[in-house]
Design a protein around this ligand. Structure first.
Ligand SMILES: [Fe+2]
Length: 302
């Protein structure tokens, strides 16, 4: 572990982002943008999340299925930040000094020795048109319960890919605080063949949210207690065209020459560009994820 008391604060400087879309109240996590009706894309988004039914809360806001389920207990819920015709892409934030490349593929960062409050973060990744994006690389890293980043290993670091519905789930802990920053989780998001979005996710109700110059309420998760731990949700909107994710990829033998739209499993062998590669984790191939480009997915063997 590395002492996380940098000579200069991690990710210093003023918030470089100007966001004119929906604002989320820093203390409550509730939207304050107002004035926006229920758009076609919001309906699409909710329908994607719900599978079929589109729940409508008493406030008139559409919520994701996971929120609607909890509303059944009678507890009022804040609206989930929506992705609609007027939404901006998720704002970027500085990487900071603690990113390490080549994190392991995993959705659960908690090990038996991990201290801290358990936290599950889930959500979806959409393109600008609110079509869900499959196969988006999400690389998370964060401080441990004591506010320290592991710079020698990969504790509390891991990457994953959104599934065919654009969904992701991360199991981790609530990150600790360290000097100069409010509570946050770092993440890089990259749709196949698209630029990387580097940003950070924040927690509502944190006293330091009002003093951290980097804090952006557009990056607040919805967070709620859940059986001694916490559950957070956040939906990314990437600045990409958002072509609908392939829902019915072609089938066929996975081995042979690498091709797009194939379902590859760990251990599959392919050739590409004169080289041989071994699949490291199951995924559906897409343009931009050619084996030489994604060492997290393919290991060159010859
Ligand atoms: Fe940080």
């Amino acid at each position: 572990m590395t002492s996380d008391t940098p000579a200069i604060p991690d990710e210093p400087g003023p918030d470089p982002h100007t966001r004119t879309g929906t604002r989320i109240d820093a203390d409550t996590g509730t939207g304050t943008g107002g004035g926006r009706g229920i758009s076609r894309k919001t309906l699409l988004r909710a329908a994607v999340a719900a599978g079929a039914a589109v729940p409508l809360l008493a406030t008139g806001s559409i919520a994701l299925a996971r929120d609607a389920a909890r509303s059944a207990a009678g507890r009022p819920l804040p609206p989930t930040p929506s992705c609609d015709d007027g939404d901006d892409p998720t704002p970027d934030q500085m990487e900071g000094p603690y990113f390490r490349p080549n994190s392991p593929p995993r959705t659960d960062l908690v090990t038996p020795g991990t201290a801290g409050t358990r936290l599950t973060v889930s959500g979806y990744v959409f393109g600008r048109d609110c079509a869900p994006l499959a196969g988006v690389l999400l690389d998370f890293w964060q401080a441990d319960d004591a506010g320290a980043y592991d710079m020698a290993g990969y504790t509390l670091r891991g990457h994953q890919f959104t599934d065919a519905t654009g969904a992701f789930t991360l199991r981790t802990i609530v990150p600790g605080l360290y000097p100069g920053r409010t509570r946050h989780i770092h993440v890089k998001a990259q749709a196949p063949g698209e630029p990387v979005l580097t940003t950070q996710l924040y927690f509502p109700g944190e006293p330091r949210n009002s003093t951290d110059a980097l804090f952006d309420p557009a990056l607040l998760m919805n967070v709620r207690g859940a059986g001694g731990g916490r559950e957070g949700s956040f939906d990314f909107v990437l600045d990409v065209d958002g072509d609908p994710a392939p829902t019915d990829p072609p089938t066929g033998p996975p081995n042979g020459t690498w091709a797009t739209g194939r379902s590859y499993a760990a251990g599959d062998a392919v050739t590409y560009g004169g080289g041989s590669y071994r699949c490291l984790q199951a995924h559906t191939s897409m343009a931009g994820w050619e084996p030489p480009n994604v060492p997290a997915l393919w290991r060159r063997e010859s």
